[in-house]
Design a protein around this ligand. Structure first.
Ligand code: SF4
Length: 211
């Protein structure tokens, strides 16, 4: 099956999904969007109000800021693929529950396998824990400690560089985070270049660049 057909199947499965209670609150499920051939995949937490209304990920204020961050990496929205660990909006924008993330993993994992990215950027705590600890078998110490490091992991049979960062909304609430967050996206661009040139900076962390 080609990638476009598989993607349409995933979209249909998400639309019909009632695996967790979040389906009761959605106007539209938000499976994700972007290039099916993307080298970089971003995984956020959950759709918010605007995303629920439009069925598209990261279209609110956080999405606008994410576009700015991607430009620091030399990337455009259409170059990457973006999804969330849950595809339906939690009520009152509460955090997704672990059991909801696990129920939605059937879709998340299918999307990761379809895209087969070289780099995964996790946005926030839930996404970081899911990819690094649950899928990658690494230790998760929370986004504040984990951010800035490049984790070289096997994820669903794929060798992937995983870069945990804050969710862009966190920097909108706390502008003091913006400086480091923007530098992380500059370094994301360098990681993509490094992966493509085969010059992997093994053993280095993003924090190495900050000192
Ligand atoms: S959040 Fe995921 S598992 Fe829950 S109903 Fe929506 S698509 Fe299904």
């Amino acid at each position: 099956m080609d990638k476009s057909s598989e993607w349409l199947n995933i979209v249909e499965a998400v639309k019909e999904c009632k695996e967790c209670p979040l389906h009761k609150f959605r106007k539209n499920p938000v499976p994700g969007e972007g290039s099916l051939n993307a080298e970089v995949m971003l995984i956020g937490e959950a759709p918010g109000r605007r995303e629920d209304e439009t069925g598209r990920p990261f279209v609110g204020a956080a999405g606008k800021y994410l576009n700015e961050l991607l430009s620091k990496a030399g990337l455009k929205r259409e170059d990457v693929f973006i999804t969330n660990v849950v595809k339906c909006r939690p009520p009152n924008n509460r955090d997704p529950k672990p059991e909801e993330i696990m129920k939605c993993s059937r879709h998340t994992n299918r999307i990761i396998k379809l895209i087969s990215p070289k780099v995964i950027v996790t946005l926030g705590n839930h996404s970081g824990r899911y990819v690094i600890e649950y899928l990658g078998g690494g230790r998760w110490y929370g986004v504040t400690r984990a951010r800035g490091k490049v984790h070289d992991l096997m994820v669903l049979g794929l060798r992937v560089k995983v870069l945990p960062t804050y969710h862009p909304a966190a920097a909108l609430y706390n502008p003091k985070l913006k400086g480091n967050l923007e530098m992380e996206y500059v370094r994301l661009g360098e990681q993509v270049t490094s992966v493509n040139s085969g010059r992997r900076s093994k053993g280095r962390t993003l924090l190495d660049y900050f000192t």
